[in-house]
Design a protein around this ligand. Structure first.
Ligand code: NAD
Ligand code: ZN
Length: 351
């Protein structure tokens, strides 16, 4: 088969590799029908994720057709169409049983990280992929949900909903500010209404991304980096501050912005992955009763989100900006990697 193989920092190639097969009885092999590229893949390409070693097939998002199942797989049959969750979960370890499969202990090397696809084992940017713990890690897709929508449930939408909306404890009537309107921030914008948010304020440096945010349900947009950005947001809450501020960028400045935006008693939900230490002004935050949360997506909301997509209640497809054939994955990386110029959000690759 053909697959996108990592050959060290700055080097990836679409090349011929051996087909994967079932190794453990709980595995399935899936033919990839649709996949996409994540910001994390760009971090890997830069060499920021040393656990990814040379020869690894990248990708942790995808929708495909089951072509082989191990003898212990009960919920899936050959021919089933399924979403691949970016978190592989055994379902029985202490973390899986307590609702935190992002720390599943059963995976290769017992790493305690459920994100293994395109990281610790071969991933989804390929014609075929082996999925460990298939019963827990694959979600059958109803026939009328298009691949292009389904693939956004592998990672992006569960991340925004679980780590932004749920961890941020968004309640009916809340004003929610989302700093960063990339795919993840836009998923927060789109799912904040599921918890009854009254106002959703998207904040970004890129006016094009703010436009998308409005399409996905933002009631207000604020251009970041302008002199009056903070006052503009505070004015929407009579000067009190927002109930929940979600950090969806991953740099110190935007975490700081969230702590400035939030009202006393409110929450800052950090979703962004930070590459360097972030200053925490605990001396000011404690007396304002601020709650701060962090987290790696569990994908435990995937099934629920899929029901909403099937009922046309979540416009996930609004995140798709570009389409490519799977064979053109190198061109897709170039487009996605140059988002400022290409206005790329999610690039979808189909066989
Ligand atoms: P992205 O880079 O596409 O989007 C980031 C957005 O932030 C961009 O639109 C950019 O214009 C904006 N931005 C940058 N600086 C800003 C500023 N000063 N003010 C306002 N906006 C600013 O990234 P993404 O794919 O949407 O992911 C967002 C973050 O979420 C990343 O750090 C990613 O690694 C992380 N992530 C976390 C998890 C998790 O489980 N916690 C899962 C997936 C991704
Ligand atoms: Zn587990």
């Amino acid at each position: 088969m053909k697959a996108l193989v990592y050959h060290g920092p700055g080097s990836i190639r679409w090349e011929e590799v051996p087909d994967p097969h079932v190794i453990d009885a709980t595995d399935a092999v899936v033919r990839i029908d649709t996949t996409t590229i994540c910001g994390t893949d760009l971090h890997i390409l830069k060499g920021d994720v040393p656990a990814v070693t040379e020869g690894r097939i990248l990708g942790h998002e995808g929708v495909g057709t089951v072509v082989e199942v191990g003898s212990a797989v009960r919920n899936l049959r050959v021919g089933d169409r399924a979403i691949i969750a970016c978190i592989s979960s055994c379902g029985v370890c202490t973390y899986c049983r307590s609702g935190n499969p992002s720390h599943c202990l059963a995976e290769e090397g017992a790493s305690g990280i459920g994100w293994i696809l395109g990281h610790l084992v071969d991933g989804t940017q390929a014609e075929l992929v082996r999925i460990p713990f298939a019963d827990n890690s694959l979600y059958p897709v109803p026939g009328d949900v298009p691949d292009e929508s389904a693939v956004l449930l592998s990672d992006i939408f569960p991340t925004g909903f679980e780590i932004g909306v749920q961890y941020g404890r968004v309640k009916p009537g809340d004003t929610v500010a989302v700093v960063g309107a990339g795919p993840v921030g836009l998923a927060v914008v789109a799912t904040a209404s599921l918890h009854g948010a009254a106002q959703v304020v998207a904040i970004d440096l890129d006016p094009h991304r703010l436009e998308r945010a409005t399409k996905l349900g933002a009631t207000h947009t604020v251009l970041s980096g302008t002199e009056g950005w903070l006052e503009e947001v505070l004015a929407l809450t009579d000067g009190y501050g927002v109930d929940v501020a979600v950090e969806a960028v991953g740099v110190p400045a935007t975490f700081q912005m969230c702590t400035q935006l939030v009202r006393p008693g409110g929450s800052v939900a950090n979703v962004g992955v930070h590459g360097s230490p972030v200053r925490l002004d605990l001396q000011d935050l404690w007396i304002r009763n601020i709650t701060i949360t962090t987290g790696l997506v569990n994908t435990t909301s995937l099934g629920m989100l899929l029901k909403l997509v099937a009922q046309h209640k979540l416009p996930v497809e609004q995140l798709v900006s570009h389409r490519f054939a799977l064979d053109d994955v190198m061109q897709a990386y170039a487009t996605f990697g140059d988002a400022a110029r290409t206005q790329a959000l999610k690039v979808v690759l189909s066989r």
